[in-house]
Design a protein. Structure first.
Length: 313
């Protein structure tokens, strides 16, 4: 067992890198640009160069490194292979084996939301928990499921795609994935605005939301905290949809904690209280006491989770 490991989280504009001790201490973190030209062919070589440079700088030998974990914005199967990562301009890529060949170190790859879930379970809001659901509420809705401290990737690498669970069979507007009625269409930042606009259109009641030139999820949540009637109605509907969906996932996975992250989570406890209320309404009796908590690692969750993947227990 080595003393060090690397956690890498690839984003569309930058790659977050972390050097860790295997006890979970973050030694150093830094970023490099994500070079998307030539179908992203430079991304993994750039990561490998960053790792080699860091080892040289600190005088660390490879036999003192457990490995490199890497998170990808797209589906990743259990072999560390990516069928396609649109945001990185990749088609099929055997990420884990390619990165291992480039670095001379063991490597594992997983979906970025899944590694964020693992990070929150390891050193974040759900520290010490072996069974965790993470939901990230941002532009879309991401998710990750951890069972017995392991990421559930599934056969196609699509395990934990909570945002694309169908929650409304009557929805006629398409989701970005091509299906209709996905959770993402109601509980993401854009989804919350859509729900708010639908409610404003259905009602003649005045609301602070009517007086905002370009309504945002933050506006809706701020007005919700202030008690604006239609903002409250909006968030109660969002909370009902999200809480009931999480209750279904809890029936399957029985988590110790459900963690809420992403930009929308900045609304804090009023948001989690709203979700918890409806979760408890729908959850199986044995699961009703599962806490719904706010993520604590922020944008660093990915590098923590990626590092945890390669640590030898």
């Amino acid at each position: 067992m080595g003393m060090y490991c690397f956690g890498i989280d690839i984003g569309g504009t930058s790659v977050k890198c972390g050097l860790f001790l295997t006890n979970g201490t973050l030694v150093e973190q830094w970023e490099i640009p994500t070079r998307l030209e030539n179908n992203g062919s430079s991304i993994l070589p750039d990561v490998a160069d960053a790792i080699k440079t860091k080892l040289d700088e600190r005088g660390i030998t490879k036999d003192n490194v457990d490995g490199v974990g890497i998170g990808i914005p797209g589906p990743v199967n259990e072999n560390g292979e990516v069928p396609m990562a649109v945001n990185l301009h990749w088609g099929f890529k055997a990420v884990a084996s390619e990165l291992s060949a480039l670095t001379g170190l063991p490597a594992k790859a997983a979906n970025d939301a899944n590694i964020a879930a693992l990070g929150e379970a390891w050193k974040g809001a759900a520290e010490g928990a072996k069974n965790v659901i993470l939901v990230t509420l941002g532009t879309g809705v991401g998710g990750g499921i951890i069972i017995d401290s392991k990421i559930i990737a599934g056969y196609h690498g699509a395990g934990g795609e909570i945002g694309h669970a169908c929650v409304n069979h009557n929805e006629v507007r398409p989701c970005n994935c091509g299906n209709h009625g996905c959770l993402e269409q109601y509980a993401s930042a854009t989804g919350i605005v859509r729900v708010a606009n639908d409610i404003l259109e259905e009602s003649k009641e005045d609301s602070k939301m009517r007086h905002v030139e370009k309504l945002s999820a933050k506006n809706v949540l701020d007005f919700y905290k202030e008690g604006d009637a239609l903002a409250v109605k909006t968030m109660e509907k969002v909370g009902d949809i999200l809480g009931s969906t999480l209750a279904v996932f809890a029936c399957v996975t029985d988590p110790e904690a459900i963690v809420i992250g992403g930009g929308v989570s900045k609304a804090g406890k009023p948001l989690t209280d709203c979700i918890q209320k409806y979760y408890q309404k729908y959850a199986f009796p044995s699961c009703k006491s599962t806490p719904i908590i706010l993520a604590s690692l922020g944008n660093d969750a990915g590098i923590y989770g990626a590092a945890r993947m390669v640590i030898k227990d």
